[in-house]
Ligand binder design. Structure first.
Ligand code: HEM
Length: 329
């Protein structure tokens, strides 16, 4: 790999291809590559001024969405024919959607759902993982505590000859990890808020929001409010140990809503937390790292690191060897 730029692109390429594989069992190839190129144009359009000209980012995104939808429509049609023809079913998201619920889903509904999942499930989680690594690197005490929690899980599994892969009860024994995830979500605000439309006149604290008006509920304004969180801009995962939430998924009512709320609450919130926990587990038990370059957070149009926070990783020694070393001392 010759340059940092290429390394960054490689990471994005891997995460995109993993998502496509889980959704539709496609291995990386020409088809996934052309889908990825159109997908990137689509994402660019999310954060652009909505000028509907073919040369604007918005115009290019509309065109790209059509192309991605068309490509997915062909796959959905082919897979439906295969499954109706009795071919062996693949075990992926598309198979589950084709089986459908009551009455089943139409091809158009499935295409729409696959597109929504690609955007909602891939971009968010990979960004929050990167930011967690950045915040932990800059807060060595938190990284040390996290490492201890995960080393203990690994050591326990080795001692009891338990299955090597992480199980649900392992995930449930990561209280500090949940604090790290909560705090990353709170400080980063990768989704800074949501729009809602008032269905009726709503009175709030002496103000009226007239029926039909759109409002933007800003999560960032609440999550970074000093009245709710002391030293609100400081990454402090320990604050969640004192809260009554125990680091729970959606936590304290309206004061912590990184996954939104109400009937539109993010359906992927627990999956995202599991993915981040598993990622952190493997990262801290197997590797140590140093930042490879100076990088900084930007908040517009979304929260992300300018250079995707490149790091140099080194393999750590195996847990058993580390424990023996500790005992000798
Ligand atoms: C750190 C990761 C994630 C964050 C911060 C996040 C955040 C959000 C937020 C704020 C919303 C809007 C909720 C509202 O309107 O009240 C949302 C919606 C949604 N999310 Fe997530 N999400 C994440 C991961 C995921 C994952 C992994 C999936 C699926 C695999 C997913 C699927 C969806 C879907 C389908 C919606 C639309 C729900 C609807 O409109 O009814 N998200 N997410």
């Amino acid at each position: 790999m010759s340059s940092e730029k290429e390394k960054e692109e490689m990471c994005a390429w891997i995460t995109f291809n993993l998502a496509v594989k889980q959704l539709m069992s496609f291995d990386p190839g020409e088809w996934t590559e052309s889908l990825r190129k159109e997908y990137l144009l689509l994402i660019e359009g999310f954060f652009s001024v909505p000028l509907p000209f073919f040369f604007s980012a918005y115009g290019r995104a509309i065109k790209a969405r059509k192309k991605v939808a068309e490509a997915l429509r062909l796959i959905v049609g082919k897979r439906r024919r295969e499954s109706e023809g009795g071919e062996v079913k693949k075990k992926d998201m598309l198979a589950a959607l084709l089986e459908g619920g009551e009455g089943g889903f139409s091809d158009e509904e499935i295409v729409d759902f696959l597109l929504a999942l690609l955007v909602a499930g891939y971009e968010t989680t990979s960004t929050i993982m990167t930011l967690a690594v950045k915040f932990l690197t800059e807060t060595p005490a938190a990284l040390a505590q996290l490492m201890e929690e995960h080393d203990q899980i690994r050591a326990r599994k080795e001692r009891n000859s338990e299955e090597e892969s992480l199980q649900w009860n392992d995930y449930k024994s990561m209280p500090f990890t949940q604090c790290v995830i909560n705090e990353t979500l709170r400080v980063a605000n990768i989704i800074s808020g949501v729009f809602r439309r008032a269905m009726t006149d709503v009175n709030i604290k002496g103000y009226t929001i007239p029926k039909g008006w759109k409002v933007f509920a800003s999560f960032r304004a609440v999550h970074l409010d000093e009245n709710h969180y002391k030293d609100a801009r400081t990454f402090n995962p320990w604050r969640w140990q004192q809260s009554n939430t125990g680091g729970a998924a959606t936590a304290t009512g309206n004061l912590f809503t990184p996954f939104g709320g109400g009937p539109r609450l993010c359906p992927g919130y627990e999956l995202a937390r599991v993915e981040i926990s598993v990622f952190l587990h493997h990262l801290v038990t197997r590797f140590s790292w140093d930042p490879a370059d100076e990088d900084k957070l930007v908040f517009f149009p979304t929260t992300r690191t300018l250079k995707r926070y490149p790091i140099n990783v080194q393999r750590r020694r195996k847990i058993a060897a580390r424990t023996e070393e500790k005992d000798e001392k």
